[in-house]
Design a protein around this ligand. Structure first.
Ligand SMILES: [Ca+2]
Ligand SMILES: [Ca+2]
Ligand SMILES: [Ca+2]
Length: 215
């Protein structure tokens, strides 16, 4: 009797699992929408907790207003009115990381109009101050942060285009200064950049998307 009960229960469990599996595959996800104002021509967006309140905030780079917009997350899931910072000519990418080793997130912005990277250091409350500018060898198209040489200090990777395409690596010293960049050849017109350890050797790698047509 016990074995029969076990079988019946097993069949019931299997049926229920089947129902849930089918339900999972046929699930329809609905997303709400909300809009928040930024500077003109937002062309890149990242999320990070910039004011240390445990809620993700949003940063956009705004190509047509030479600015970034910081939208701080509110408890109800919406965002406060954006605060803009002028960062350089035609900013096209933004990344976050702690570049001065004070435990507070900072921002790096790649400017495609003056071929620079602007670093803004965080104050820990969602406000920032401009501190340093790095000069690039060409027009930046994408920007990423990682510790590429395993020294515990964050570095920057930036793609340069259109031809010849390159990726510039700025090794950070952990004090807002960076070593002279090392350039690596990429395909023509690199436009996007991803960082991860793709071959699982414990060292960060780059994935670069190259397009034959300049945007
Ligand atoms: Ca936050
Ligand atoms: Ca910092
Ligand atoms: Ca490093």
């Amino acid at each position: 009797m016990r074995s029969l009960t076990t079988i019946v229960l097993s069949v019931m469990v299997l049926l229920l699992l089947g129902l849930f599996a089918e339900s999972a595959f046929s699930q329809v996800y609905v997303f709400g929408q909300a809009s928040f104002a930024t500077g003109a021509g937002p062309c890149a967006v990242i999320s990070a907790d910039l004011d240390n309140d445990g809620r993700l905030d949003i940063v956009t780079s705004n190509r047509d207003s030479n600015s970034i917009t910081i939208l701080l997350g509110k408890p109800d899931g919406t965002f406060a009115i954006g605060v803009d910072y002028i960062v350089g000519s035609r900013p096209i990418a933004v990344a976050s990381g702690d570049f001065n080793s004070d435990g507070i997130l900072d921002l790096a912005i790649a400017n495609s109009g003056d071929n620079t990277i602007k670093i803004l250091t965080g104050n820990g409350n969602g406000t920032f101050r401009s501190v340093t500018t790095l000069t690039l060898s060409g027009t930046p198209t994408a920007l990423a942060v990682g510790d590429f040489n395993h020294d515990g200090k964050l570095d920057l990777a930036v793609t340069i285009g259109p031809t010849p395409g390159a990726a510039s690596i700025f090794l950070g010293n952990g004090d807002l200064t960076f070593q002279s960049p090392k350039d690596f050849t990429t395909g023509d017109s690199p436009v996007a950049l991803g960082v991860n350890d793709f071959n699982k050797d414990g060292k960060l790698d780059l994935a670069i998307a190259n397009q034959t047509r300049w945007p």
